[in-house]
Design a protein around this ligand. Structure first.
Ligand code: ADP
Ligand code: MG
Length: 442
């Protein structure tokens, strides 16, 4: 009979920095601290994302971690021992692909073997296998200039995988690609890691995109700038495969956005029972927030339900307007409309009873279940530091909801989103961005 084995000592991290700092001298000879006292580790079997704004030292940290450059102070280890030279188990995928233009796909991938003394047949086999794993079979003899950006980065990934690394490091690997290509490559990288065929143990992705960090990172390390220090670390337990529009995903994106921007919004009330899922993208009935909230008050004053015609009689709007407001309230699950009745739902009653801040939270929670808001937030969160022009968002809406009045739709989107503190809208410059907490009073 097997006797219980004593607990093995916890494994040493694959790669680790301890108290690492890095300074550079600028042109005038002044020392500039880029990284300050970084304790960071990648352990076996995990995916980690390092998230931080441009210039905060992410690439520098990666280079130190895998031995491409040395820290000014502190130490670097691999599997618990001091790192000498380049980390033997790590491979890197770079943002700019870093392919040799005069080499074919096959030859570029072979570079990843770094002249390992392998029998020719083995080398050939490994290269072919890596090319197949990234879906480039058939393109072996193409040159980089013949490939799309997405395919180039597939070559970059194959070149990293061909050496059978235990740790795959990626430095902003998809930021030169369009959004859809980036999404599909992220999914593929996750698959390559999770299906076990590559022998990869861990993934480290460096990114300035919150979306990307939440999609791939089971642990997200947030770096702050000037000097680069670890601000926060977040464990991401969302199940894979992750869905960018899932409310939980969006909630995590927002939470991290708030941390990055140094703003802490109140916690959302704990969701009771099952979580709402995100619906398809529908246009919004063009009702103002105040009209919708006003409707709820009227219904509440009349025992929670009214005939649509009576309701119309006591509102100042024409009939079409009343219907629009009711439809909007219905879309937000605040009312239901059996027959000609307009009836407050449980959620509608909760909204009426709530105080202002609570109302905003409830409202926001509900907006997050609407496909249209999920899509726009996702669009904004892709580059949270960048405000989008009204025209760009209208274009975005027009593509998704052809035939709708995008001017109207945009006004409604902004109105609802501002009330729910999801968006910040600068009317003067016509710019929309994710809410950062500065206009919490609106
Ligand atoms: P990130 O990858 O987060 O954008 P980097 O690690 O590339 O940031 O750079 C962090 C800071 O260090 C930047 O201000 C950059 O200009 C500076 N820096 C990076 N490499 C060097 C270098 N070799 N010499 C001087 N300054 C550098
Ligand atoms: Mg960088």
């Amino acid at each position: 009979m097997a006797t219980p084995q004593p607990q093995a000592a916890p494994e040493e991290p694959i790669a680790q920095t301890i108290g690492v700092s890095k300074s550079y001298r600028d042109d005038s000879g002044h020392e500039r601290v880029v990284l300050s006292h970084i304790d960071f580790a990648v352990r076996k079997g995990e995916t980690v994302a390092i998230l931080g704004p441009s210039g905060c030292g992410k690439s520098t940290l990666l280079r130190i971690l895998i031995g491409l450059i040395e820290p000014t102070s502190g130490s670097v280890r691999e599997h618990g021992v001091a790192l000498r030279g380049i980390h033997p188990g790590a491979a890197v995928v770079f943002q700019n692909f870093a392919l040799f233009p005069w080499l074919t796909v096959e030859e570029n991938v072979r570079v990843g073997l770094n002249g390992r003394p392998l029998p020719a047949e083995d080398a050939r086999h490994r290269v072919a296998h890596a090319i197949e794993q990234v879906g480039l079979a058939g393109a072996e003899h193409a040159y980089p200039k013949e490939l799309s950006g997405g395919m180039k980065q597939r070559v970059g990934i194959a070149r990293a995988l061909v050496g059978r690394p235990e740790l795959l490091c990626m430095d902003e690997p998809f930021s030169a690609l369009d959004v859809l290509t980036a999404e599909s490559l992220r999914a593929e990288v996750y698959r390559l890691w999770s299906d076990g065929e590559t022998g990869l143990s861990s993934i480290l992705i460096i990114t300035h995109l919150i979306d990307e960090a939440v999609y791939l990172g089971d642990r997200i390390v947030i770096l702050g700038a000037n000097p680069g220090t670890i601000q926060r670390e977040i464990v991401n337990t969302l199940p894979h495969p992750r869905e960018y529009r899932h409310p939980e995903f969006l909630r995590m994106v927002e939470q991290i956005h708030d941390i990055v921007t140094g703003v802490h919004l109140p916690e959302e009330p704990a969701p009771s029972g099952k979580r709402p899922s995100v619906g398809p993208i529908h246009p919004l009935p063009s009702a103002r927030t105040t009209e919708i909230l006003g409707l709820l008050e009227i219904l509440s004053d009349h025992g929670g339900q009214m005939d649509l015609f009576d309701l119309d009689a006591i509102t100042e709007y024409d009939f079409g307007r009343t219907i629009t407001v009711v439809k909007a309230a219905e879309m937000l699950a605040l009312v239901e409309t059996p027959g000609d009745l307009v009836k407050l739902t449980e959620f509608g009653r909760e909204m009426v009873a709530a105080d202002q801040p609570e109302k905003k939270l409830l409202w926001r929670k509900r907006l997050l279940t609407l496909g249209l808001f999920a899509a726009v937030i996702r669009h904004l969160a892709a580059e949270p530091d960048v405000a989008r022009s009204g025209d760009e968002i209208k274009q975005f809406l027009a593509e998704r909801l052809p035939g709708s009045d995008v001017g109207d739709l945009f006004r409604t989107l902004v109105g609802w989103g501002r009330y729910g503190q999801l968006f910040h809208y600068e009317a003067r410059t016509d710019e929309l961005s994710l809410h950062t907490g500065h206009d919490r009073e609106d």
